[in-house]
Design a protein around this ligand. Structure first.
Ligand code: BG6
Length: 514
């Protein structure tokens, strides 16, 4: 549950949230449902307003109607009319091209009008537009004087932040001319997910885990971010991005950093971000030869996902028939520090895989005692599985005796089901992140150093992948065969995500929440 004060005791202040690219997928799927939930929780200040800035001609009424439709479609909560009425009155639509300074001047006028009626002129500029427009938007914000007008201003960038290190640096420099680092919020919504935030607690608040969280006890770590959906309507963007830039450069490296980091000095943003960056800096740089051996990419062909026939990636809208873009990526990383040397991290992600699941699996070393050696053939190692989605939870896998006279050992799991314990009201990642922006807490946002080091890792792979052809995998599978070979040559295997006790619980309770 979020509260009206943050950990520094700051209160939620009124502000104007200007969303650039407000008719896009992200606004509909994530931002509007998150604003609805914040309103429901009474966490959107009564004087706050949302200004939807986009290129299409629309009236306030038309946009509000579409916003309600999006909330009805994408929110897991049943819309309460009283809550919607409160939110509806806070939403305004503003039409302009991103490059048109006149549109920004008109925005300034609109803001002036709204500000006089409220107590403050604080502004959040939320850039949910395609990255190519970040430069023009920032420059027009400055030219129009919007960044210098009264109240505080904060600027939010959706990923991807740049296309490679060079473009990210250029973008950062242009932003730095207008905003200070304290005003910049680079979003990685995976960090806002509840179980990802829970990693710090799991590791550092539990005396049973921290002492064994190292190379002495851990054999390896595997992280899976699998999606069952394809590229949907985003072929244009995805053709230039691929799985490496779309997921590995940001979401997955954040998960690696949080799993591997040393305890921060305090829970303050700076201290946590500093420890995360150190992990990325310790990742052993991949040589061209390593990339051939330690990375795998694939592209989905046609197949069956969730009992439905689906088309191949190259037949999707706005995708080239000859596309060589990867929709699947797997890699092995080594972290060269005293905690993790010789403990590989295996990462895999892809679209149109068998199911939607995100998990971090800590695989412990097998017990070397001889007592049960003859019984351990089919026994899996002890594992701690952090289930980020679809259901949230943590499972501990260990060995137990099967009832009966014979000594037979089986794998069993102890499950912590997040929703069973805490109920269905866990804030969604965007709800948490929007709240943090309004309250001025940068802890869950990506620092420039993190962006810089993640591009350093990814650029090398992207460069090597320019040569050669991407392998195909059937939609509905777990990716190309080579991904299995990547881990099997180290005498390990990917552990398929299992249906947990809590997934059954949640399926039975899967309707909209009242
Ligand atoms: C986004 C990617 O950052 O994350 C998308 O651009 C992907 O391609 C999405 O589908 C996955 O997010 P989630 O929260 O549904 O796992």
């Amino acid at each position: 549950m979020l509260s009206r004060r943050n950990k520094m005791g700051n209160k939620i202040e009124p502000c104007l949230i200007i969303i650039f690219g407000a008719t896009g997928d992200l606004t509909n799927r994530k931002l509007l449902p998150a604003f609805y939930k914040l309103e429901f929780e009474n966490l959107l200040h009564k004087d706050s307003k949302i200004i939807a800035f986009a290129r299409k001609e629309k009236s306030n009424e038309q946009f509000r109607k579409e916003a309600l439709k999006a909330i009805n479609t994408f929110s897991k909560f049943k819309v309460d009319n009283k809550v919607w009425k409160k939110l509806e009155n806070k939403i305004f639509y503003h039409q302009s091209e991103f490059q048109d300074i006149k549109g920004f001047n008109r925005l300034k006028e609109l803001i002036k009008k709204i500000c006089t009626k409220t107590t403050s002129c604080n502004k959040v500029f939320y850039l949910s537009a395609p990255p190519g427009f970040f430069g023009p938007i920032i420059s027009n914000l400055k030219k129009s004087g919007l960044t210098a007008s009264s109240g505080w201003s904060r600027v939010v960038f959706e990923k991807p932040f740049g296309h490679d290190l060079k473009s990210a640096k250029k973008l950062n420099e242009s932003i730095k001319k207008v905003f200070k680092e304290k005003q910049i919020y680079r979003i990685d919504h995976y960090v806002g997910k509840e179980l990802v935030q829970n990693l710090l607690v799991l590791r550092f608040a539990n005396s049973i885990f921290e002492p064994i969280w190292n190379k002495k006890y851990i054999d390896h770590v595997q992280i899976t971010v699998a999606e069952d959906i394809g590229v949907e309507t985003r072929g244009n963007y995805y053709e230039k991005s691929g799985a490496l830039r779309d997921i590995i450069q940001n979401h997955m490296l954040q998960l690696v950093a949080l799993t591997a980091m040393e305890p921060p000095v305090t829970l303050d943003a700076e201290d946590i971000r500093e420890e995360k960056v150190k992990v990325l800096r310790s990742i052993r740089p991949l040589t061209t030869k390593d990339i051939g051996k330690m990375t795998v990419r694939g592209q989905y062909g046609s197949g069956v996902v969730n009992d439905k026939k689906v088309k191949a990636y190259h037949d999707e809208d706005k995708v080239s028939k000859k596309s060589n873009t990867e929709t699947f990526a797997a890699l092995k990383l080594n972290i060269d520090n005293s905690r993790w040397s010789d403990v590989p991290f295996y990462l895999r992600t892809g679209k149109r895989l068998k199911e939607r699941v995100a998990e971090i699996t800590i695989v412990f070393k097998q017990n070397s005692g001889i007592l049960f050696n003859e019984h351990v053939k089919n026994i899996e190692p002890n594992m701690l599985i952090v289930r980020i989605q679809p259901e949230e939870g943590i499972s501990l896998q260990f060995s137990a005796k099967v009832p009966g006279k014979k000594m037979i050992i089986d794998n069993v799991r102890m499950d912590f089901c997040h929703e069973c314990k805490f109920g269905p009201n866990t804030p969604d990642a965007y709800e948490r992140l929007l709240y943090d922006i309004m309250i001025g807490d940068q802890t869950l946002f990506t620092s420039w150093e993190m962006v810089e080091h993640s591009w350093k890792i990814v650029d090398k792979i992207a460069k090597a992948w320019k040569k050669g052809k991407v392998a195909s995998y059937a939609a509905g599978s777990w990716g190309p065969k080579n991904a299995d070979a990547l881990i099997e040559k180290d005498k390990r295997k990917w552990y398929a995500p299992q249906k947990t006790i809590y997934s059954t619980f949640l399926q039975n309770n899967g309707n909209k929440i009242q």
